[in-house]
Design a binder for this molecule. Structure first.
Ligand code: GLV
Length: 325
């Protein structure tokens, strides 16, 4: 009992899934979701061989240099911008994420936000609930069509491709930009045309952001890029806060230089830019794109399997299926 390795789980997940760690590990699971400071993380990781973390848990040299037992960190998310990969390599700490299991759920949600933004679902619902519906003017609540329009996708990994595949039912033309172009077969399969970033910005009626946050992609959409977009366009960010300059976006939405936006992620979340909060032409959600019951369980299960595998147990013993470091 006493010589089992210790694992820290940074927030409540699903007890039955976490219980699968118990035969192998001494499990220290947080009872509540909270934000941890660097010192909190160091305290929590004391003596831990492994950790199951989320995007809010920053794992960098400040933590790693004070967590000498740590060997493996499993993020319960596909993105891992909370990891300093160089520091992890330097400290010999391996890491994993949860790709694939959330691709379709996240793509579904990107569509939900795009439709809600383009067709003004949020604002119309607020208006109805506020008791204003005594009759609707024929020319009220008019939004933008999706069918027959041009969908632009910035970032064409697994989730971008799943978003593109969904467009065929809406007779949309799909254009995309990505660091590397898809091979011809894949382009054909997802029915998307490669364009440069400027063309993407100028031609998209609806623009989806699906790229990871890196030093390069920070503020990939700022005032200059917004100015290139059609004033009738909608912008959807399901990728990461920081890819969009939220303050420039709020200004464009307020001035009618962009019709609408749907945002699931924010710079500095869980804080949301107050100028966005004040606008009616933006649909806001609290980073829930992967939140279907089935997918959230699959993500937790994959993270647990990754930890077990790293320590030589479980279905993938010895080879975590989604190791990133
Ligand atoms: C969520 O944002 C994720 O990266 O899984």
């Amino acid at each position: 009992m006493g010589d089992k390795p210790k694992v820290w789980v940074s927030r409540p997940l699903f007890p039955d899934i976490i219980a699968r760690l118990e035969p192998v590990f001494d499990v220290h699971a947080e009872p509540e979701t909270r934000a941890f400071s660097i010192d909190d993380l160091v305290g929590r990781l004391h003596g831990m061989s492994a950790a199951v973390t989320g995007l809010a848990d920053r794992i960098d040299d400040r933590v790693l240099s004070r967590a000498p037992h740590l060997k493996f960190v499993a993020n319960v998310s596909v993105g891992y911008n909370n990891f300093d990969l160089d520091a992890m390599r330097a400290h010999g700490v391996a890491a994993s994420n949860t790709p694939d299991v959330l691709t379709d759920t996240t793509a579904d949600y990107a569509w939900a936000l795009m439709m809600a933004a383009a067709r003004r679902v949020g604002a119309a619902e607020r208006w109805l609930r506020a008791g204003y519906w005594h009759g609707t003017r024929f020319d009220q609540w008019m939004g933008m069509d999706l069918h027959g329009s041009t969908l632009g996708i910035l970032g064409m990994g697994r989730i971008g491709q799943a978003i593109a595949r969904r467009a065929s039912g809406f007779d949309m033309k799909v254009i995309y930009h990505n660091r590397s172009r898809l091979d011809a077969g894949l382009e054909h399969a997802v029915n998307a045309h490669y364009v440069d970033k400027a063309t993407l910005l100028r031609q998209a009626d609806h623009l989806m952001l699906v790229l990871p946050l890196t030093a390069e992609s920070r503020h990939a959409i700022g005032a200059a890029e917004l100015a290139m977009m059609k004033p009738s366009a909608t912008l959807v960010n399901i990728a990461r806060g920081g890819i969009v300059d939220d303050s420039a976006l709020a200004a464009a939405l307020a001035d009618g230089r962009l019709a609408a936006a749907g945002l699931d992620v924010f710079e500095g979340e869980p804080a949301v830019h107050p100028a966005l909060m004040a606008l009616d032409n933006v649909v806001l959600s609290p980073h829930i794109a992967s939140a279907s019951g089935r997918t959230r369980r699959a993500m937790a299960a994959l993270a647990v399997d990754n930890v077990l595998a790293f320590f030589g147990h479980g279905p993938h013993a010895g080879k975590p299926p989604s190791r990133v470091v």
